[in-house]
Design a protein around this ligand. Sequence first.
Ligand code: HEC
Length: 145
Amino acid sequence: MRSFVVSVVSISLVASAVFAHSGVKNEDVMKRMKQMSEMASNMKVLGAMMKQQQPFDLPLAKAAISKIGELSAETGKSFATKAEDPKSEAKPIIWDEFDEFTKLADALTKDALQLQSSLKGPEDLRNVMATLGGACKQCHSKYRE
Ligand code: HEC
């Protein structure tokens, strides 16, 4: 039953991600949007465990944090080209201050690495969510419409 619930949740996440990307024509924009959505689905797993909507699972939680770190490590590369699309929410200022932008991504990678190695139990998840969520917000408030 439990795995049934989990798979229904992940199917609906995938479906909504596909829906959000419909109409995006530029391939680079599509790719970076998908990477961002994957960050969000890993955050959702951690959030669900924090709210006890999903049982705490240490390896799964560590894997979600690691995945977020991997995705943010790729952010510099996936935004390296100034790709544009009417559906994109990326602010053009990203490419005027690309060093600042990649610094925020690198900070998230570093936080993720540290948090995944120090994670011990469900009581740590609040701090994980706050730290990672803060890093997402810091970049979005500056560089996303
Ligand atoms: C270094 C900057 C940066 C960081 C860090 C960052 N994002 Fe983003 N994010 C962006 C930008 C820029 C966009 C807009 C991309 C576009 O529309 O072309 C975006 C878009 C998104 C989107 C919308 C994707 C879509 O389908 O349109 C989601 C969801 C998202 N980010 C989640 C996250 C989460 C969750 C985190 C943290 C775990 C995070 N982001 C960290 C810069 C960042």
